[in-house]
Write a protein of this length. Structure first.
Length: 460
């Protein structure tokens, strides 16, 4: 019998034995595949064996192994499971979308997500469901609510009026099982430092927007990740000292604005003038100060006008996977051009430029999308982010690193995730086309392996 026929029969038998998608107690082999990961580079003609949620063997292909399940990887490319480092699983009133999000992530090869802010009373039940045995969902890591200042931008945020309150907020979240904390924009410097100190005591990683009361070069070096490139432009301006003085005066909020209105007013007043006053010298000082802090730029959001999601050639196919009511709601936003209200051309161009600078200076970059804000289809938007990162100057392998190695390193999980190595978790994505030739090929998904369970693209 020809070898190709043997492979096809073996593949058929594999799916017969894994029809429930539960992790088999027997081993599975992906044979004759090219491995692509940012820690090991390119490894051709490999056989990867995994059992349940662990990779047990990687060796040069030498024929079909005597293993219960075999998946033919000939001509295909295997990458580590992808992360979306900036999602909001519960910050939507669309119950249909909330229910569908976990499986959508997996269908696009996103096997881990970092939720960067949501009401804890909504988050904990959602996480419990996603982590339940047999659930079709990515691994999930949560911050709980945004930790804001005496005035809060969003109702779901936690108010921190002073350092004592800040310490109590972190301690409560730690007791509720969060994986990291998220510091927001209206905290005062003394509250910021109290949040940081308490998080360090509890060994919780810190994500943050740069507080408007502080400079990026001061606050950024104290946190583990900075989101959206937010407020870095204010520190890259030649008049950054004057801008800080102006912000602090505005933050006194003598007109009693809501936190949302106050934050929006400051952004509208100062962001674009700061970009127009860009100083290479000042920006170099800022980037040097934050050189070890992971940047999660969410370019698909910031630079959305450069590449409108709904104008993409593959948008319709991805859009069709959303719940019917979600499609109806989002289409109205598209028709009414509501999504354009989130976007600005100068900030789009600035964001791409800044990420290019960060890449040149070897500042760590992570891939996140702010799903589901501004028409971010869960999972699909992560691939758009990878494409934007490449557009900003990253190589395809560096973009993959931003969605694999960088997230694992953030959570000190490199011994478990981030690459395809023996002993690591069995989260992988099998592609039909080479992502090194074109980063868009990360969407050419043949199969997704999540916690050792195999899903074909037709299963979603």
């Amino acid at each position: 019998m020809p070898r190709r026929t043997v492979l096809i029969l073996a593949l058929f038998m594999c799916w017969q034995s894994n029809i429930s998608h539960s992790a088999s107690s027997e081993s599975t082999a992906i044979v004759n595949v090219t491995l692509v990961d940012a820690l090991n580079g390119i490894r051709k003609n490999q056989t990867v064996v995994f059992r349940e949620d662990s990779i047990t063997s990687i060796r040069k292909y030498s024929g079909i192994p005597e293993i219960a399940s075999v998946l033919d990887g000939t001509g295909k490319f295997l990458i580590p499971g992808l992360w979306d480092l900036h999602v909001h699983l519960t910050n939507t009133d669309d119950e249909y979308l909330k229910e569908k999000m976990p499986s959508l992530f997996l269908s696009f090869g996103v096997t881990s997500v970092r939720d960067t802010g949501g009401a804890i009373e909504k988050m904990l039940p959602a996480v419990k469901k996603m982590r339940a045995k047999g659930s079709i969902a990515p691994r999930v890591f949560i911050s709980g609510p945004l930790l804001d200042g005496n005035t809060i931008v969003y109702e779901r945020a936690v108010k921190n009026s002073d350092p004592k309150t800040a310490r109590q907020s972190v301690e409560l979240l730690e007791s509720q099982g969060v994986d990291f904390i998220k510091i927001y924009e209206l905290v005062s410097p003394d509250v910021f430092y109290a949040l940081v100190k308490t998080a360090r005591e509890h060994k919780l990683p810190i994500a943050a927007h740069v507080p408007l009361s502080m400079r990026a070069r001061v606050a950024g070096k104290h946190v583990d990740s900075m989101e959206h490139l937010r407020n870095i432009e204010l520190d890259c301006a030649k008049n950054n000292e004057d801008l800080l003085t102006e912000r602090r005066a505005l933050l006194k909020n003598e007109n009693g604005l809501s936190g949302f209105a106050l934050r929006t007013m400051i952004h509208n007043l100062l962001r674009l003038p700061a970009i127009e006053n860009y100083s290479p010298t000042e920006c170099a000082k800022t980037l040097e100060a934050i050189s070890d802090t992971l940047q999660v730029p969410t370019l698909r959001l910031n630079s959305g006008l450069v590449d409108l999601a709904y104008n993409r050639s593959d948008w319709a196919e991805a859009f069709s996977k959303l719940p019917a009511q979600t499609q109806k709601n989002w289409q109205k936003h598209i028709d009414d051009e509501i999504v354009l209200s989130y976007l600005n051309q100068k900030f789009a161009e600035w964001s791409l430029f800044l990420v290019g600078l960060m890449k040149e200076k070897q500042i760590p970059i992570g891939a996140g999308t702010d799903t589901p804000l501004a028409l971010a289809i869960p999972g699909y938007s992560l691939h758009a982010e990878l494409e934007m990162l490449v557009r900003a100057g990253l190589t395809p392998l560096e973009a993959i690193a931003a969605a694999t190695v960088a997230p694992a390193r953030y959570f000190s999980l490199l011994e478990e995730l981030g690459s395809i190595d023996v002993g690591k978790r069995a989260d992988m994505v099998l592609l039909d086309r080479n992502p090194m030739n074109n980063i868009s090929n990360t969407k050419s998904i043949s199969h997704v392996i999540s916690r050792g369970r195999i899903f074909a693209k037709e299963d979603f």
